[in-house]
Write a protein that binds this ligand. Sequence first.
Ligand code: FAD
Length: 433
Amino acid sequence: MADAFTIHWFRRDLRLDDNTALFHALSSGHPVIPLFIFDREILDELPQQDARVDFIHRRLSEIQTQLTALGSSLLVYYGKPEEVWPQILADYPVVAVHTNHDYEPYAKTRDEHIGEFLAGQGVSFMTWRDQVIFEKEEILTGAGGPYTVFTPFSKKWKAMLTEERLASFDTESLFGNFFPTEPLAIPSLAEMGFAPSQIAFPPSIADPEVIKVYDQRRNFPAIPGTTRLGLHLRFGTISIRKLTRQARLLNETYLNELIWREFYMQILWNFPHVVSGPFRPAYAAIPWRNVEEEFNAWCEGKTGYPMVDAGMRELNETGYMHNRVRMVVASFLTKHLLINWQWGEAYFAEKLLDFELSSNNGGWQWAAGCGTDAAPYFRVFNPESQLKKFDGKGAYVRKWVPEWETPAYPNPIVEHKFARERCLAAYQSVLKK
Ligand code: FAD
């Protein structure tokens, strides 16, 4: 065994190519142990059938195949990081640990604790920007504060972009620096109390034909007009630098969507109160109705509004929902049913393969009208007009709601005009005081 190792700690950067922290670890001069921890702090909260755990497991097996071909192996643990790290240091003479930034509140606290522990053991803990092009407080207003409105943020983002920022990290040329070993075992899903999922995962391919015409096709849920890369951006199975280079060449609207992702990440970082309540505090007082039967009808796709029902059934079956439909179902829950947006946010968090705390929270707060760059609350989506406009022939709805337009289909749970007025009255009751 070597007398000093460097560790690369994988979290949401599950790839060997163009990986910032991995590049720096491989350049460190010591053999590199690639590590993954199945974190019980996260896993213990999840249902047994969580497709995302299956996705991570499959992805680690693919990385293991790549590393085996290089004569190395992943080192995989199942446990709580604070318990696993002392064990690692007892087993290996580690001098440095490299990892990529994770901006979510739990991850931030975890990394602070692990960083302190490692420092106490004389091990350096080096962390890097990898999952975004600009992070934390890198994009600031002229006055020096974080942006809370998307358009000026995106302008500044584009103005600050350089070729250097988008350059890939050439990890491949350093692959000889992984520690040599026979393959080490990865805990099975069953050993961790999980079952494989029946959901088919989309490939991690950024199809240039989709991106080229993204602006023309992205709003129609019946056609494959979006890239389905959310899951891969979530777990880092695609490089944001490569994808941004492609977006910049092919389609400005697509590039803007990638910037929306970063906009919400920096909102989460700079305004962490959004995790537990509205960005605009006045909205905390909205008199939500929170009727459980209505919430259940929404979850099951039985509201009698075809676009809402199609979206919820697509989500339940596939772990995905088209963006246009996410906006419609979120608006319906919060405005038509007057159910707290946080109920919907939690349901999406459980079901979405591409669940991202920052974007999900941002999307829900936008829909409820209480977020940063929110649509004004008096703009209430009409689910029937949305259907006519974006699924005029009903192809999307028919796919997910086969009984639509038959007597078996439920009547609308609430009448649109009545719901709209009830919503405006509820919002005005707290906002006009
Ligand atoms: P594409 O349209 O191909 O876009 C490419 C990528 O750009 C996406 O994968 C995503 O990373 C990013 N992106 C696109 N639109 C947005 C957006 N409006 N906000 C932030 N990033 C965006 N996105 C998530 O990644 N995770 C979530 O948990 C999530 N929850 C949402 C909840 C609500 C209520 C709403 C209205 C939107 C939510 N979104 C979320 C944003 C958006 O709906 C998804 O990113 C998109 O539908 C994913 O499909 P795609 O990969 O085909 O995206």
